[in-house]
Design a protein around this ligand. Structure first.
Ligand SMILES: *Cc1c(COP(=O)(O)O)cnc(C)c1O
Length: 406
């Protein structure tokens, strides 16, 4: 008789965004007079601006190539076309000692982050920031790397790295040894980025504990603080202990197009019982076996992000999201709200007034200001008492005005 993966039963119920959607729908039912326009959605975790013209052009012309016998392309190379891997290295990893052979093109950072665990034994101890992107934890729950759910929404057997007001929302080194460490900088949902010194501490910790850092740089293009590295490979010693995930999703509006990449340096090795294993070789084997890569037109579109015109258009796009985030933040701070993020990320992390919980503040914002937010508790227990506001939303000025009148 067929048997299910019983680890799925440990997953906590409704997915955060479905619960938010349900509450917004209920609000709409109750207030038919609150039209679509009246509700301001600052809960959105997706790009809202259309693709820049240079990228659309690249997509169109590559699609036409597929329709002609001379230029038709079948299966792409499983690691990705060299033209894209070279463009990535020349632009994103200049002087960081990464070669095109260390770049793996994929159709999403989310899947790569989930799939990378296949390379590691089930009894590795994981460390995860709290709050953070729920994918890190949930995929480990599915794989059976955690124990049972706890009362606070977390899982047994996981080392949670609390990011709180006290530590400036930056994960601190655990006082026990962990093997797989997830870091997200700039972090979703707090919008805070790690500085050079903090990242160096993590790299040193990983080297001392023979651990590996899984570094999620999905929001790297939003970093403006000079002291916050865009890549973990800017940190000395990182090549031997870190895997980096990046995506064109938030950097160039590819959430619907799908293209990302993962860096696994050749220097990343694990020694077990006297044998040296290359994680690069293992991932290459996995990639070749389980994926046929990303379509040619999409890879051409991704390469256009690095063209002169493409880079300019993409930067303008990100600047506009960041400008919205900054003005929202300035307005909130004027009214004594406690808020972080929004400088190096499209997200603001807003503290609820008084003793309100995340969901209570969410409801208050919805009922009294007609603003949709994302309850912080959905990203981990340390997110209680916060909501995430997103600069991907529209009408940020009006949203700020309503928040300050609350
Ligand atoms: C949006 C996001 C990603 C991107 O995933 P894709 O599958 O490439 O779209 C990865 N990590 C974090 C933290 C994100 O917010």
């Amino acid at each position: 008789m067929v048997k299910l993966n019983h680890h799925y039963a440990k997953l906590s119920g409704g997915y955060l965004f479905q619960e938010v959607a349900r509450k917004v729908a209920a609000f709409r039912d109750k207030h038919p007079e609150a039209s679509l326009i009246d509700l301001i959605d600052l809960g959105i975790g997706d790009i809202t601006s259309p693709l820049p013209p240079t990228i659309v052009q690249a997509l169109e012309s590559a699609s036409r190539e597929m329709g002609s016998r001379e230029t038709f392309k079948g299966y792409p190379p499983s690691q990705g076309y060299l033209f894209l891997r070279e463009a990535i290295v020349e632009n994103d990893y200049k002087n960081l000692l990464i070669s095109p052979d260390e770049v793996f093109i994929s159709d999403g950072a989310k899947n790569d982050i989930a799939n990378i665990q296949e390379l590691f034994s089930i009894d590795n101890r994981i460390a995860v920031p709290n709050p953070t992107y729920p994918v890190y934890i949930d995929t480990n729950v599915m794989a059976g790397r955690t124990k049972l759910p706890l009362k606070n929404g977390g899982y047994g057997g996981v080392t949670y790295l609390a990011c709180t007001e006290k530590n400036g929302f930056s994960p601190e080194l655990p006082n026990r040894s962990c093997d797989l460490i997830y870091l997200c900088s700039p972090n979703n949902p707090t919008g805070t980025a790690m500085d050079r010194q903090t990242l160096q501490k993590w790299v040193n910790y990983a080297r001392e504990n023979k651990a590996i850092i899984l570094f999620d740089g999905a929001y790297e293009a939003y970093i403006r603080s000079p002291d916050c590295p865009r890549s973990i490979y800017e940190i000395e010693g990182a090549h031997e202990v870190a895997i980096e995930f990046r995506s064109f999703s938030k950097t160039a509006g590819f959430t619907g197009l799908r293209c990302s990449y993962t860096i696994i340096p050749h220097a990343l090795k694990i020694t077990e019982r006297g044998t040296i294993h290359s994680l690069h070789a293992l991932w290459k084997r996995r990639h070749e076996t389980k994926s046929n890569g990303v379509s040619y037109p999409v890879q051409k579109a991704a390469a256009a992000v690095y063209s002169k015109a493409g880079a300019h258009e993409v930067k303008k796009l990100i600047d506009s999201y960041l400008q919205g985030a900054m003005s929202l933040k300035n307005n909130l701070e004027k009214k004594q709200y406690k808020v972080v993020g929004g400088v190096d990320a499209p997200y603001l992390w807003l503290k609820a007034p008084g003793t309100l919980t995340s969901w209570q503040f969410f409801e208050l914002l919805l009922e009294k200001a007609h603003i949709i937010s994302t309850p912080g508790i959905g990203f981990g227990s340390a997110g209680e008492g916060y909501v995430r506001l997103s600069a991907f939303g529209h009408q940020l000025e009006e949203g700020a005005l309503r928040l300050t009148r609350l």
